[in-house]
Design a protein around this ligand. Structure first.
Ligand code: KIV
Length: 274
């Protein structure tokens, strides 16, 4: 028998304002990816604050070797399904590869993710070069998360998934990117595969909440790919990943364990950081 993923309990949904309040109060923000209604409901029930429909779906759902082939229609399909499973968590969706190369195209695709997919924020990769686009989108009502550090959509230029910002020049460039994105109006920043010390510097100078993946513990929140948390991702396990299913016993225990570990800052531990 099928039942609705939603309960009848009234809840206050997470918003951009409550995420800012969490940063101000020093409450770590727990974020996870999800791609469908059933997992979204589990992730939401565990107390996750932000759910990202990531273009990582290309790898973990579609079995591709990068995020590059993922389309806007793929994103909308998974976003709409995920939205149906959520009650409290804030839904963010990735703008996939080359879907935001031009402003008119970006606003059309960002609006589709919000109107057809139910997203409340879009995430896009890139630093200072995206500042004008961020201003264009946010000033037209599309909240944006700026994704810097390792940018998987650039994989064919980078040649591999590596830690970014390791030398002082690269670290300075990343700080400049973060500053430019904040000034342009982003509502969130996401740092991927960044040395913990650099992520801490960026978090300190940021004007918006900073979420990290492989970016150490001195950020405002953590995000992981759901299938890494459940230990079922295909291929090489990234250093920052932790399988919470082993300790959690079942899916809901694993997800609650993840949220708790983020809140009490026991995840990430030193072995998950660069
Ligand atoms: O696509 C994704 O899942 C992401 C996370 C790695 C943050 O961008």
């Amino acid at each position: 028998m099928y039942t609705s993923a939603k309960t009848s309990q009234p809840v206050t949904p997470v918003s951009v304002t409550s995420l800012r309040k969490m940063r101000e109060e020093g409450t770590p923000i727990a974020c996870l990816t999800a791609y469908d209604a059933s997992f979204a409901a589990q992730v939401d029930a565990a107390g996750t604050d932000v759910v990202l429909v990531g273009d990582s779906l290309g790898m973990v759902i579609q079995g591709l070797d990068s995020t590059v082939p993922v389309t806007v229609d793929d994103m909308i399909y998974h976003c709409r399904a995920t939205a149906r499973g959520l009650e409290r968590a804030f839904l963010m969706a990735d703008m996939p590869f080359a879907s935001y190369a031009m402003p008119e195209q970006a606003i059309r695709n960002g609006a589709r993710l919000m109107q057809e997919g139910g997203a409340r924020m879009v995430k896009l990769e890139g630093g200072s070069l995206q500042a004008e686009l961020v201003y264009f989108l946010t000033s037209r009502g599309i909240p944006v998360c700026g994704h810097i550090g390792l940018q998987p959509q650039f994989i064919h230029r980078l040649g591999g998934y590596r830690v970014q910002g390791k030398d002082e020049a690269a670290a300075q460039a990343m700080m400049d990117d973060a500053r430019a994105l904040c000034e342009a109006g982003v509502d969130l920043l996401l740092l991927e595969c960044v040395p913990a010390a650099l992520a801490a510097r960026i978090t300190e100078m940021s004007t918006v909440p900073v979420i990290g993946i492989g970016a150490g513990g001195d950020v405002d929140g953590q995000i992981l790919v759901l299938y890494d948390v459940l230990g079922i991702s295909i291929g090489r396990k990234p250093r920052f990943a932790r399988d919470f299913l082993a300790s959690g016993g079942d899916i809901s225990g694993a997800l609650r364990g993840y949220v708790e570990a983020v809140r009490e800052r026991s995840y990430p531990a030193a072995e998950h950081c660069f």
